[in-house]
Design a protein around this ligand. Sequence first.
Ligand SMILES: O=P(O)(O)OC[C@H]1O[C@H](O[C@H]2O[C@H](CO)[C@@H](O)[C@H](O)[C@H]2O)[C@H](O)[C@@H](O)[C@@H]1O
Length: 384
Amino acid sequence: MDINSNNSSPVLTDPAPINLLPYPQSGASFSSNIPRKKPEKLDEVHYNGWLDAMKSSSPPRKKLIKDLNFEDAADEIEIEIAYFSWMLKYPSALNSFGQITKFAKNKKIAIFLDYDGTLSPIVDDPDQALMSDDMRSAVRNVAKYFPTAIITGRNRDKVFELVGLTELYYAGSHGMDIMGPVNEAVSSNHPDCIKSTDQQGKEVNLLQPARDFIPMIDEVFTTLVENTKDIKGARVENHKFCASVHYRNVDEKNWPIIAQRVHDVLKLYPRLRLAHGRKVLEVRPEIDWNKGKAVEFLLESLGLGNSDDVLPIYIGDDRSDEDAFKVLREGNRGYGILVSSAPKETNAFYSLRDPSEVMKFLCWLVRWKKLGEGVSSVNKRWSI
Ligand SMILES: O=P(O)(O)OC[C@H]1O[C@H](O[C@H]2O[C@H](CO)[C@@H](O)[C@H](O)[C@H]2O)[C@H](O)[C@@H](O)[C@@H]1O
């Protein structure tokens, strides 16, 4: 069965980010008097498709499979059949390891990793999304052999705290806050790029294309906290260049309310837009920047831009990672690997089921490099 073959495909896709630009361009900016409580007009969020998007975001695996018309997919066998059909299109990066390394032979590999759902499992409390020590050591090892960067939706300092490895590069706020290697040519090309120092006092390049939005995001964050404080389970995070409103722990009957509250705030800020993440509404600046552009910027900074002998590999699980997958696929430049235990439409080339498979893949890359690239033949058996 080709589950992606036509428009009536039952494959559940994450909804496209909803652009709020059509709203009036006038309205509040930095210090508006945002009404604290407004009567809820729930129709508006229904109309905009927000609720559908919220419902289809990060559903339990069983529900995803049921939506694939496996009505009685009560047992694991049927769930696995659906997953395996999908893997015909997005093969496992572990099963395809021989092919990947064959292509990588004599190329410089650069590794890009998302954090939540890729290096750490998805959990209810964002503060408890911890990386295991084994994963940390796998990432540390990979960074010994290949330039490695974390590109996350989280605040950059926060993700550095969670990962704790000084040998990596970090990009927070969906790539809007990048700390990369010093590269004079790159900084002179990017007006938003400045010289700075990292936590260890080392010189770095800092790119913050949404710098002007910091006060606005701060203001919106405060308003969102205030406006959602009566919704049990709601949680708002400030990532400096964007803000996240979590509803994973909110009773589904209150989702229209949380959606409406975010919608009402956004209406007052035409320079901000909404994106959907995994049970999270992300409020971001309306600028032409995303994780894909962050990958391009980092490659350039590393001296690996526009080169045939470079193979970037990006591993991620979220809708925002699709921008990076797309950049790699469209330019035929490298491999996107989607982390998902259920079928999803994606721009990635390969798939991995969960963070434990991500760890295995990273360990295999290190082993392959250590053994010498001569073992990259597809005939070599990489055992799972
Ligand atoms: O780009 P990422 O590194 O994947 O970050 C995206 C968001 O990740 C976090 O939220 C997600 O993970 C949480 C912990 O497992 C989970 O509770 C939540 O439902 C997920 O959406 C983070 O808290 C967000 O701020 C990031 O934007």
